[in-house]
Design a protein around this ligand. Sequence first.
Ligand SMILES: [Zn+2]
Length: 199
Amino acid sequence: MDKKTLNNNEIVLTGQYLGVVEEFLPDKQSTFVKDGQIYASRSGLLNIDHKKRKIEIKTNQEENWKIVKVGDVVIGVILFLRQYSVGINFYTINQKVHFNSGYFGNIHVSQISDRYVEKIQEAFQITDIVRARVIKLNYNEFDLSTSEKNLGVIYADCVICGTPLVQIGYNKLRCERCGNQETRKLATDYRKVDQPLRY
Ligand SMILES: [Zn+2]
């Protein structure tokens, strides 16, 4: 058994030896004690409070759960399209930007619109900026929805030439540079958002 001294913020694994009870006050949620020795009861980042002599293991998941709640409105960028969902990276939660932590969410095809969406590509494209609502906390990812009128794409570039697209109708966009026409699930304030959207 490896009994070297561990450092703060070091990654520890479930079952790993952390120290002795004479040395630390073990956290009940994330450690267990056997014969006076403290072990990790889950994997995560080691957190040692030297003042209180408290030792515990934190996971990013907990931080996410604390900040992001069901019902929150987030703004993020479409990272990839799958057959039945899109992946989105977000930093803005209820108008507040959280620079230190990026969050990841999924929008399932059934949650894009209150109208039927046949193909994901008709609603979103990679790099679109989207406003969405958190509907479920799913392990360390978030399930999002854009079915409300004020939710959906708020900024999109032409997939051909990269020029910002102009709205020409309900969920319809046109590139003024190359004439390319595209569809999206648009928010009612498409390109009318005056806060910075890209970081
Ligand atoms: Zn274009």
